[in-house]
Design a protein around this ligand. Structure first.
Ligand code: UT7
Length: 333
């Protein structure tokens, strides 16, 4: 492994739990409708993990498929992007590594919520560039349906469960699949726009059950997401020396189809460059970008050679972007 090697995407995997909950089913228990959810978010249905199935279980499924896709045997680092670990402590990545037959391998959670996958890609690329690792399994897995208050119509319709993964290997910056540059940011003073009040070190136990669920100021988050994803996309394109017309596919975090459309419009990207699978998945947080990539490759709309812009936004607040030329990689079975 040479120092300052580039991280090259060489495997892809996706996993969605089998149970599908559509908007009609949600409207049986919530004051909402299929019409409202579709019009405001673009979501028709989402996958929901069965009780007892968890972030680790889904991460293992997606990770196994990514390893099969890459034909990779020697992984020396597992990064798990999640903000819904199976326990508040420890992180879940070691359990994922062990279940994948990688016991003994370095394993670490990355918690940047819906930006987690882009942050974990950057972390993996950094580990490879520093010579700390030569093959990194990067998984995004989240079980957000366990974090939303089942009585809250402001959050329940938006979120779904799932996991997606990629394998990064040390390679050269001019190879297809070479990741980067990156553009990453955070703004902690706005954390309360989207957070869980209780269960952490500051407020471990609360008498109010709603403190354990996600509280979201949706409209403010929407506005920040549109502005920050566009800003960060422009910044990463400038770093890469690309113009907007160089971008064949824009794979943004799937939070709301209106956010993706607004960002594309601000950037001047054509509608058919926008990759979206949110109609069938909802917002799967750290899993959303690899799930969208896998869906696009399977559907034939993302092919080797395409120049891809990734951009994400999430709680924290956090946001970030990256670019790559899509390699000849298809999702593993
Ligand atoms: O990954 C990052 C995480 N989160 C996000 O990115 C979320 C970003 N925000 C959003 O996607 C949108 O703000 C939402 C989809 C959450 C909400 O859409 P909106 O267009 O901002 O709607 P709103 O909250 O302004 O509500 C509009 C109306 C309100 O009624 P009135 O006051 O106009 O009478 C709400 O009470 O829609 C009502 N409403 C609903 N109606 C039916 C809010 N939620 C629902 C619902 N069903 N589920």
């Amino acid at each position: 492994m040479s120092p300052h090697a580039a991280a090259v995407l060489s495997g892809l995997g996706a996993w969605l739990p089998p149970r599908v909950v559509d908007n009609f089913e949600l409207s049986e228990t919530l004051d909402t409708s299929d019409e409202w959810i579709r019009a405001r978010t673009g979501i028709a249905e989402r996958h929901v993990a069965e009780p007892g199935k968890s972030t680790v279980d889904m991460a293992v499924e997606a990770g196994r498929r990514a390893l099969a896709s890459a034909g990779a045997a020697d992984v020396d680092f597992v990064l798990l992007a999640t903000s819904t670990p199976d326990q508040p402590c420890p992180g879940s990545a070691p359990q994922v590594a062990t279940a994948l037959g990688l016991n003994g391998t370095a394993a670490l959670d990355v918690n940047a919520v819906c930006s987690g996958f882009v942050y974990a890609l950057a972390t993996g690329a950094g580990l490879i560039a520093a010579g700390v690792a030569s093959t990194v399994l990067v998984i995004g897995s989240d079980t957000f349906t366990t974090l939303v208050d089942p009585t809250d119509r402001g959050t329940v319709p938006i979120f779904g469960d799932g996991a997606g993964a990629v394998v990064l290997r040390a390679g050269h910056a001019d190879e297809p699949g070479a990741l980067g540059p990156f553009d990453l940011h955070s703004e902690g003073e706005l954390a309360e726009l989207l957070w869980v009040e209780a269960g952490g070190a500051k407020h471990r136990v609360s008498a109010d059950k709603s403190d354990y669920f996600l509280a979201m100021q949706g409209t403010a988050v929407f506005r920040h997401a549109c502005a920050r994803m566009a800003e960060s996309s422009r910044a990463v394109l400038a770093k890469a020396g690309w113009t907007v017309s160089d971008v064949d596919r824009f794979v943004g975090h799937q939070a709301n189809v209106r956010i993706l459309q607004a960002v594309a419009k601000t950037l001047g990207l054509p509608v058919d460059a926008v990759v979206s699978n949110i109609e069938k998945t909802g917002n799967t947080s750290a899993a959303s970008i690899p799930l969208a990539l896998a869906d696009a490759v399977t559907g034939g709309s993302l092919v080797a050679g395409h120049r891809v812009l990734l951009s994400a936004f999430g709680a924290g607040l956090t946001w970030g972007s990256a670019v790559l030329r899509w390699p000849d990689v298809t999702p593993g079975a």
